[in-house]
Design a protein around this ligand. Structure first.
Ligand code: ADP
Length: 354
């Protein structure tokens, strides 16, 4: 499939601090890529480099086969075949929704009949009927978001850049909008480069997720692959594996490691190179039982909390490390039992030595 955008070994420093440390990736035509990472990992820097707002120290940005950014030259945003949707929507407050959407086409002096047709298509696609004469201040957050997306889509750019596009909407609207956006982008076969710190937004929208950590890419894979086989401890933590306990690797076979936690051993998916490992797993992947299971470690309950439907139970391992698991009924404090965890839902990474 045709490559629309390529980042080749991008390095970017602010003063003496390197914030992108050799980032490479490709975006194919029609693909939705979500860049996910904690605050400060370099997502906005990357987006602004692609947009042509920031320069770089090393590497290349190639858009439609053309080098648009190198350490020596930078093609400005208005000369790039892309459009950006900003966090705060950035609509012109003194223009109606219609004029906002048509702004780019008017600048290009497009034919008025063509503009009318394109506008009607956007109005129908984004459910903006009856809102075209309203000003941004008269529109809800969700409606402003739709106008901002329509304004970008109407230009039919090679790629759309989305910078945390849903973070100013309330939770329910965010859930609705992310599904709707993904649906529209797929329908129009739009290529999208989307930046977010919210894993559920990346899961819902992306064909592939790029997980960033401190200026580097830790993993590029489908949402399912990232969730089921997080390549690093940072990816695992970001994607919900909130439990971590220390262990010692005692055996390795294919992609599985047998590790020891105190006097007990458990099988897990191995992503480590050394023998001192940290095991990461999700609260929802543990099954508590009074009986020892096939792949289990002993625990003692510290505190159950009712969450409506389930109990979130804080417990400690035999090595005195705190973990959390979910259970469908209440368990008494100080109860002893075992946590069963399927070997493909517990991941071993190298311990970070200070
Ligand atoms: P993210 O979008 O993932 O939150 P950013 O790309 O905004 O991350 O920032 C990456 C790092 O670069 C952070 O440590 C941030 O403090 C730093 N940074 C961003 N912009 C500037 C700037 N203009 N000058 C100096 N440091 C900056």
């Amino acid at each position: 499939m045709e490559t629309i955008l390529e980042l080749r070994d991008i390095h970017k420093s602010y003063e003496n601090k390197e914030v992108l440390k050799g980032v490479s990736l490709e975006v194919k035509k029609g693909e939705i890529i979500s860049v996910l990472g904690p605050s400060g990992c370099g997502k906005s820097t990357m987006l602004n480099i692609i947009a042509g707002i920031l320069n770089i120290n090393e590497g290349k940005v190639i858009l439609n086969g053309e080098e648009v950014t190198t350490s020596k030259k930078i093609t400005p945003i208005e000369k790039r075949d892309l459009n950006m949707v900003f966090q705060d929507f950035a609509l012109w407050p003194h223009m109606s929704a219609k004029d906002n959407i048509l702004y780019g086409l008017k600048l290009k002096k497009s034919d008025s009949k063509v503009m009318e047709e394109k506008l009607n298509k956007m109005v129908n696609l984004l459910h903006l009927n009856g809102l075209m004469e309203q000003y941004p201040s008269e529109l809800s957050g969700g409606q402003q978001q739709r106008v901002a997306i329509a304004r970008a889509l109407i230009m039919s750019p090679s790629i759309i850049l989305l910078d945390e596009p849903l973070c100013n909407l309330d939770v329910q609207l965010r859930i609705e909008m992310r599904t709707e956006m993904a649906q529209i982008f797929k329908e129009l076969q739009t290529t999208v480069f989307h930046v977010t710190h919210d894993p559920s937004e990346a899961f819902a929208m992306a064909d592939r997720i790029v997980v960033m950590n401190q200026g580097k890419i830790d993993q590029i894979a489908t949402p399912q692959e990232c969730y089921q086989r997080p390549a690093t401890a940072v990816v695992a933590g970001l994607l919900g594996a909130g439990n971590h306990i220390n262990a010692k690797k005692v055996n390795l076979k294919d992609d599985r490691a047998l590790v020891q936690v105190g006097n007990d051993s458990i099988n897990c998916l191995n992503f480590s190179n050394s023998d001192d490992v940290v095991l990461y797993f999700r609260a929802e992947d543990c099954k508590f039982s009074e009986e020892k299971g096939a792949n289990s470690i002993p625990v003692e309950v510290i505190m159950p909390t009712f969450e409506g439907g389930t109990y979130r139970v804080k417990a400690k391992t035999a090595t005195n490390e705190e973990i959390t698991f979910l259970h469908d009924h209440n368990i008494l404090k100080n109860s002893k039992g075992y946590l069963n965890i399927s070997s493909d839902k517990i991941y071993a990474y190298d311990q970070v030595k200070n």
